[in-house]
Design a protein around this ligand. Sequence first.
Ligand code: NIG
Ligand code: FE
Length: 447
Amino acid sequence: MAELLYLKEAEQVVTVAGASDKPKVGEDLSEIGVIERGSVIVEGEKIAFAGTDADARHYLQKRSGKVKTIEATGKILTPGLVDPHTHLVFAGSREQELTMRLKGKSYMSILQAGGGILSTTKSTRAATADQLAHESRLRLDRFLKHGVTTVEAKSGYGLATDAELKQLRVAQQLNNEHPVDVVSTFMGAHAIPPEWKQDPDGFVQLVAEEMIPQVAAENLAEFCDVFCEEGVFTVAQSQYILEEGKKHGLKPKIHADELVSFGGAELAAKVGAVSADHLLKASPTGIEQMAEAGVIAVLLPGTAFFLMTEPANARAMIEAGVPVALSTDRNPGSSPTESLPFIMNLACLTMKMTPEEVLAASTINAAHAIGRAKDIGSIEAGKNADLVLFDAPNYQTLQYNYAVNRVDTVMKAGKIVVEGGVLLEKTDNQRCSLATEDRGTRPIWQK
Ligand code: NIG
Ligand code: FE
């Protein structure tokens, strides 16, 4: 019989329970099911019990076998955080673009001059699968240390069939190897690569007719995403790609209305997208249509912060009844961070989301945005034992003591993987522990 793990008497257990069928909207987003002096019992990979400590002791009396106790006094327990939008797998680094932007260049002008996404495409195409896996593993380790137990990962730095497949295979490999679960999204339509600059429709056709069928045949992704933005992919091109994806079983997601109001939110509603992400410039009509269609708004306040622009209007979306989730958008250009807790701080301080809304948006609603809400995103009997113990007296402190990592213990599928803020198992045995991003612009394999 499996040993039971007894997480004993946390100051608060933030369960976020009761929303596994549908994401939380409106006022319900603030209902996060806090149990004061709560305990959780884990059996194998699953949560067996969550409730008050008094009830936990009754539960244990009825069970036989060994019990290991983890004292949670002085701490709070939350579901493992879920990041539903990352560009995890890439090589190279773009720190020089920050200086360019500080001197007045825009994100889009850097991309149009062949930098930005296209610069990362060059280094990602040049990298081997092993190099990509090594660099991405280090990012996953940092996610884990910030309490993130599941991430979505997009391709989109290959922009050619083989290079896109290479990225997705690495994401799949990491999902199998690393404690953090990785849910894959195909995003071949992330930018027009230089060799297709004169024939963007030709590239769109390549994405739809060659890449999507191969991705689906190899079962390499669950979702299909498009960067629908002025100067990148038009609404018509985006719709075509997302519809072709649907025909091959890939559920639509969309980078929408990030830099200009472009009809991305409206398109998300029209194609029945699972989520529309960014939405800084989403129109009131678009927001209304998203609410009606039940499209989840994945908001990325770290990207607005790093690009030094106004964030999305989270309050308008919540009031309109749009389900809201939060994410890092981890990528080398517009959001180089693995700290979902800091993104939660930004959601609170720059978008005026309350500490309750922020927690629901980073757990159960984020799980809905990647189709995993049956298994993760809340603390309920039967769900995966993905849990975080924060060294904090109450959940409000996580937003109040901003930009400080208060993660103490992380449990993934019933196994403790972070203790005292330290990763217990090394996930990468390569001698060099620095990714190119950490070393600067020269790739490690050239040093
Ligand atoms: O979500 N906006 C488009 N794609 C990414 C950025 C990718 C990059 O700059 O490398 C995003 O912000
Ligand atoms: Fe993104």
